[in-house]
Design a protein. Structure first.
Length: 343
C-alpha cells in the first residue's frame, strides 16, 4: 500500500464496541491490524478522504479565523461575510496549552468546536527543517473526550485529517488538525463541557516533491495536551424532517430517489437517516445554497447504524467551513435543490 494512504488509514480510530468486534474478527480469521468490517471501513475511508492533503507553504494564516476566511474565499470565490465570521468567533475558543519533548514545544493555540467536529490549531517551536515541499504531521495521533459523547451502542468511529501544515504569517510553524467523531445523531459536542486529551507521537515529515518518499523523523517523543472543550454559544439547527434525494449505488453506479429521514442541518454538518434496505444507496454530493448563490459543499463524512436493532442507517457529513444558517436558502443533493422554509 502507498505510504501516504497507509498513513491515512492509521489515523482512523474506532469506538470500544468496534474495537471489540474487530478483535474478535482477528481471533477468528487472523485478519490484518486495523481491518474493519465492510460497512465500518467504508465509513472510515470517507472520514479521511482529506488526510494527506496538507501543504507546507509560507504566509498561511496563523489563526483559525484567518484560515476559515481564506478557505471560504478559495472554495466559494467570494470573501467571507461578517455574519459568517461571527459564526466562527462564536464557535472558537482560546486554549494555550503546551507540552515540550526533545526540544520541540507543541501548543494547542485554539479550537473551533462544532456538533461533531473540532478544528485544532497547533503551534510549534524548536529546531527542525522548514521547506515549502515538506509535509509535516505526526506518526501517531489520538484524542479522548471525557465524558465520552458517543453513547450509542453500535459500531462507530472517529478520525483526523490535516488541512494544512505551514509556516504561518507570523513565522511560526502551524498545523491545522480536524477531529471528527460519529455521534449517531444522538448527542453533540456543543451540549456540555468536556475534557479533551490530545496525544501526539513523533513529529515527522515527508517531501511532497518525492512521491513515495518515506517519513523522516524530526523529533521523537510523546506530547500530551489536556484542555477543556466548552459548548460555547447555542447554535441554531434547521430540521427538514423527511425529504426525497437522488442517490447512487456505488457498486453498480445506478441512481434512484430515496427517502431521507430526520434531516438536521447545523453550522458544521448535516445528519440524516435512511432505511437499512437503502444502506448501499449513497445520496449524491450535498451542498448548502446561500441567499447570494454561494454553495458550500460537504467535505468528509461517515455512516453507521443509529440504533441497536440496526434498522436506521445514519450519516453525518461535515461542511468544509462553518456556515451561518440564516444565510442558507436550500440544501442541494446532486442537481436536486430542496428549499428551506423560513425559520
Amino acid at each position: 500500500m502507498d505510504e501516504n494512504y497507509k498513513a491515512m488509514f492509521d489515523q482512523v480510530h474506532a469506538s470500544d464496541r468496534l474495537r471489540e468486534e474487530v478483535s474478535q474478527m482477528k481471533m477468528q480469521k487472523q485478519t490484518p491490524r486495523r481491518r474493519f468490517p465492510k460497512a465500518a471501513l467504508i465509513a472510515a475511508v470517507l472520514l479521511v478522504v482529506l488526510a494527506g492533503s496538507a501543504i507546507a507553504s509560507v504566509g498561511m494564516p496563523g489563526t483559525l479565523r484567518g484560515w476559515f476566511a481564506r478557505e471560504w474565499e478559495e472554495t466559494t470565490g467570494a470573501p467571507m461575510t461578517e455574519e459568517q465570521l461571527a459564526i466562527i468567533d462564536d464557535l472558537t475558543q482560546p486554549v494555550g496549552v503546551s507540552d515540550t519533548q526533545e526540544g520541540v514545544t507543541v501548543t494547542v493555540d485554539s479550537i473551533t468546536v462544532g456538533n461533531s467536529t473540532v478544528w485544532l490549531l497547533l503551534k510549534f517551536s524548536g529546531e527542525y527543517p522548514v521547506e515549502k515541499s515538506l509535509r509535516y504531521h505526526f506518526r501517531g495521533i489520538d484524542m479522548t473526550l471525557e465524558p465520552d459523547p458517543d453513547q450509542v451502542d453500535t459500531p462507530g468511529g472517529y478520525g483526523f485529517d490535516f488541512p494544512y501544515a505551514a509556516v504561518a504569517e507570523d513565522g511560526v510553524l502551524t498545523m491545522l488538525v480536524r477531529f471528527t467523531i460519529d455521534l449517531a445523531g444522538q448527542t453533540s459536542l456543543l451540549d456540555s463541557s468536556r475534557q479533551a486529551t490530545l496525544l501526539l507521537e513523533d513529529l515527522v515529515c515527508n517531501d511532497l516533491e518525492k512521491r513515495g518518499d518515506e517519513d523522516v523523523t524530526l523529533a521523537e517523543g510523546s506530547w500530551t495536551l489536556t484542555f477543556p472543550v466548552e459548548p460555547g454559544a447555542e447554535q441554531a439547527v434547521r430540521s427538514l424532517g423527511e425529504i426525497q434525494a437522488p442517490a447512487m449505488d456505488l457498486s453498480t453506479r445506478e441512481t434512484k430517489t430515496i427517502a431521507l429521514y430526520d434531516v438536521q442541518i447545523s453550522a458544521t454538518d448535516i445528519t440524516y437517516v435512511r432505511s437499512a434496505e437503502d444502506q448501499a444507496w449513497e445520496p449524491l454530493r450535498c451542498a448548502l445554497v446561500l441567499s447570494d448563490g454561494t454553495a458550500v459543499e460537504q467535505g468528509s463524512g461517515t455512516s453507521r447504524f443509529w440504533d441497536e436493532a440496526q434498522t436506521q442507517w445514519g450519516s453525518t457529513w461535515y461542511w468544509q467551513v462553518p456556515v451561518d444558517l440564516e444565510q442558507v436558502t436550500a440544501v442541494r443533493f446532486g442537481d436536486t435543490e430542496i428549499p428551506l422554509s423560513d425559520g
